[in-house]
Design a protein around this ligand. Structure first.
Ligand SMILES: *[C@@H]1O[C@H](CO)[C@@H](O)[C@H](O)[C@H]1NC(C)=O
Ligand SMILES: *[C@@H]1O[C@H](CO)[C@@H](O)[C@H](O)[C@H]1NC(C)=O
Length: 364
């Protein structure tokens, strides 16, 4: 009897613990906060970007690559039959206009479904390598292109597919052929991904890839999303969207990662951009997850931009810079700055460009 009671108590405790964890997770998954609008004074939508600007990367010279037209079975698309595109935007221009980059023959543009983007500039010859996460026909690949500025051209060099990369979300380039990738789902199959996310299995990871060495370098996340690197290339920042946190990890010389700390947020972080001067993080966030998966044009998902300053200090400062209830910008996914310009992208909607140069609104 005593033994049975003990077993019962232990089992009950275990179940209680598990269900509490599950309920906490569920409340994060169904997270739905109606953001109060927080406007910035000098913003306008970028004409020509109408079907998403999921991720972007800004080169040190202000040239910006934007991935557009991401499609997935669970996401809204305003142009479901239109292939994805990479836009180029020059943030040095007073009124920058996006240009669609032409991709070299032989690359299947009809199934191009771009997601995370990153870039590597080779120091010896200044060649710009553009890395794009692609989901052709529901699979996951990393496409590496060489950028040719004189004719707005992406020369396709390589497609990378690997069993440790069943479902890729974002990447950060480390060299002409190496990168870290966030593996958001353990399963490649869409139905199994659904089960995985509903059960809250913390099976999301980060993988290091080079042609000679591929390895998992971090795991146990609920849903890894954006990933980026510090200006001195010593730290890696990883957004766990469903844990509502940013993980900071030290990058070892052998490319292993060592946990440093975790910054909890009151929102769903997506892409992370690092200010090259200050090292501050600009995070494109989603205030309401549920609205993203259950799109209602009358009540669309909102947008939110978070700035994290002094990220490596004992007391990082987290500031909400911009928020909108979806009336202007729906479902933000990325935010980044170049000099005094802030650009905010979305998964399937438009993109916003704000001038932060007015002194009273100087947030950086
Ligand atoms: C990588 O380097 C770190 C720090 O020097 C070390 O602790 C770790 O064991 C190394 N990992 C591998 C796989 O060699
Ligand atoms: C969103 O904000 C706008 C501007 O303040 C307001 O007019 C609109 O009613 C709000 N929409 C919702 C769904 O709350």
């Amino acid at each position: 009897m005593g033994k049975l009671l003990t077993v019962g108590v232990v089992l009950g405790g275990l179940l209680g613990l598990l269900s509490e964890r599950f309920l906490t997770y569920r409340s994060r998954l169904l997270y739905d906060r109606e953001p109060e609008n927080k406007d910035l004074p000098n913003c306008r939508l970028i004409e020509g970007i109408e079907y998403g600007s999921e991720d972007l990367v800004i080169l040190p010279n202000g040239l910006t690559f934007i991935s557009s037209g991401l499609k997935s079975p669970i996401l809204k698309s305003f142009a479901p039959d239109r292939p994805g595109e990479i836009f180029l935007l020059d943030l040095n221009e007073a009124d920058p206009k996006p240009v669609v980059l032409k991709i070299s023959d032989g690359f299947d543009v009809s199934s191009f479904n771009p997601h995370g983007v990153s870039a590597h500039i080779e120091e010896t010859d200044n060649v710009v390598y553009v890395f794009v996460v692609n989901h052709p026909h529901g699979t996951s690949t990393v496409e590496i292109f060489k950028f040719e500025e004189e004719n707005n051209y992406l020369l396709h060099l390589k497609t990378i597919k690997h069993e440790l990369l069943p479902s890729i979300d974002d990447i950060v380039a480390l060299g002409p052929e190496s990168f870290y990738a966030t593996v958001d789902y353990y399963f490649a199959n869409f139905i199994m991904q659904y089960v995985e996310i509903l059960l809250g299995l913390p099976w999301s990871s980060v993988v290091y890839y080079s042609p000679t060495d591929v390895k998992e370098v971090a795991c146990g996340f609920y849903f890894t999303n954006g990933i980026n690197i510090s200006p001195a290339r010593k730290y890696i920042y990883i957004a766990d969207s469903l844990d509502h946190s940013i993980h900071i990890m030290g990058k070892d010389d052998n490319n292993s990662l060592t946990p440093v700390k975790v910054i909890p947020l009151e929102t769903i972080p997506r892409s992370i951009d690092v200010d090259p001067v200050t090292g501050n993080l600009w995070v494109g966030c989603l205030p309401n997850c549920w609205k993203l998966f259950n799109y209602d044009p009358e009540s669309p998902p909102g947008s939110e931009v978070i700035l994290i300053q002094n990220i490596l200090s004992d007391e990082p400062v987290v500031t909400q810079v911009y928020a909108n209830n979806g009336s202007v910008l729906q479902g933000s996914s990325v935010a980044a700055v170049y000099e005094k310009k802030l650009i905010v992208g979305t998964g399937f909607h438009k993109a916003l460009l704000c001038d932060l140069s007015e002194p009273e609104h100087d947030v950086a």
